[in-house]
Design a binder for this molecule. Structure first.
Ligand SMILES: Cc1ncc(COP(=O)(O)O)c(C=O)c1O
Length: 418
């Protein structure tokens, strides 16, 4: 695709954008005085689908009307409410419906999955992660290692970019798995990596991990709703993702988990709760746990209906517009952003996110005083985010950002870094 740097080019692209209608389905944030933000923080908190208020409102009305009977009599009965989201979550990550469940929050799900999938022995106990992993993921793997009596410094192996390189070479991931061999219990990678936007080849990594007798799980906080995923086909053992970034479920929104059907009928150890118990006998209130077959068997508690309602309003947009189309625009608009940065700012900032293996996020490292830009962003009503010491992260979200907004953002940055 040939891009141009002029403003008219962006306008033309917006006019021909097959997803231009979806922006109208969201409330675009603005300042207290009503000026619109240039909002590029979909990797942090997605914007609000307009239908979220109606969907949550319906549940509030039904609660007022029916009280506890809403579990059966609500327009969308609460007892099976989470199942309204299953088909759409399966679409997002490329799974069978029995393999996904919406529940809890992300770090909670990561721990629940590791309870089942990190089963170290004296000799096979290592966990492979990225070196600049999100802190909560690092705390989770460290604490799991300690929980099993291992020293995290010997247990957690971090993938570091080679000297002089910004991101990890894909070959290096496979070589590291090979090298760890019989000592490797679990590969647990963030896909995409939250700081560089780099994604890894899930299929090749999972295959290699399995060849070595290890399991492979992925944290898709920055992948779900952003990348084309095929978790079932790629034999991934488990995955977790949150709903409030690309999936626009709202602050602190619900997360989800994937458990491959290969593990559905097995008797993997797990932490249990009544919502994971066989549906037919759940309300017989017996003392012995009998898990639902598939991912739903990992549920602990009855889920928060208002949070499910807001997530449902967003997942419907993904489902109706399909991940294929969303990812296609995501690539194009991010490529366009990269092109503009490289055309206008190559001497002042370096794009860290690798072109061939990233989703809709660009991470830039500025050479001089990137914090100065934060003041500029405040004045110009730009929302993107900064990670210490020098990384700026920007997401052109395909469902609601426009090419003209990207053009304007780069123009503002260019003007204030010259
Ligand atoms: C990669 C990654 N892991 C974990 C978390 C923590 O998520 P939560 O607070 O939902 O547990 C985040 C949140 O931004 C994240 O980006």
């Amino acid at each position: 695709m040939e891009f141009r740097t002029d403003k008219e080019f962006a306008k033309e692209f917006d006019k021909n954008d097959p997803l231009s209608h979806t922006r109208e389905l969201f409330h675009m944030p603005h300042t207290k005085s009503g000026s619109p933000y240039l909002y590029f923080a979909g990797h942090s908190l997605g914007v609000m689908p307009k239908k979220a208020k109606d969907y949550i409102g319906e549940e509030l009305e039904d609660w007022a009307e029916f009280g506890v009977e809403g579990h059966f009599d609500a327009r969308h009965p609460w007892l099976p409410y989470h199942e309204n989201l299953t088909k759409m979550q399966a679409h997002i990550v490329g799974a069978k419906e029995s393999e996904v469940v919406t529940m809890n929050t992300l770090t909670v799900n990561l721990h629940l999955m590791m309870v089942s999938f990190y089963r170290p022995s004296k000799t096979r106990y290592k966990i492979l992660i990225e070196n600049n992993t999100f802190p909560s993921d690092k705390y989770a793997v460290d604490s799991q290692a300690k929980f099993h009596g291992f020293d995290p410094s010997d247990t957690i192996v971090e993938l570091c970019p080679r000297p002089g390189e910004l991101t990890v070479d894909p070959e290096q991931v496979l070589e590291t798995i090979d090298k760890l061999g019989d000592e490797l219990a679990l590969v647990m990678l963030g896909n995409c990596n939250y700081l560089s936007g780099q994604y890894f080849d899930i299929e090749a990594i999972t295959k290699k991990a399995h060849e070595k007798g290890a399991l492979a799980g992925f944290n898709l906080a920055h992948g779900a709703g952003n990348l084309k995923l095929d978790l079932h086909k790629h034999n991934v053992d488990f995955a977790v993702w949150c709903g409030y970034k690309y999936l626009n479920s709202g602050p602190g929104g619900l997360a989800a988990a994937f458990v491959h059907e290969n593990h559905a009928a097995g008797d993997l150890p797990r932490f249990c709760g009544w919502w994971g118990h066989d549906k037919e006998s759940r309300f017989k209130m017996g003392p012995d746990f009998k898990g639902i077959e598939g991912a739903q068997g990992w549920q602990l508690s009855n889920p928060p209906i208002f949070q499910l309602a807001s997530l449902r309003s967003s997942l419907e947009i993904f489902y109706e517009n399909t991940m294929d189309r969303i990812v296609e625009k995501g690539h194009q608009i991010t490529n366009y952003m990269e092109y503009l940065f490289e055309s206008k700012l190559a001497d002042k900032a370096q794009v860290i996110s690798p072109s061939g293996s990233r989703g809709s996020m660009l991470c830039l490292r500025f050479k001089n005083n990137p914090k100065k830009l934060l003041e500029v962003f405040k004045d110009e009503n730009v929302i993107c985010d900064f990670r210490e010491p020098d990384i700026l992260r920007m997401t052109p979200a395909p469902l609601y950002n426009t090419y003209s907004e990207v053009h304007k953002l780069v123009e503002i940055i260019e003007e204030h870094t010259s």
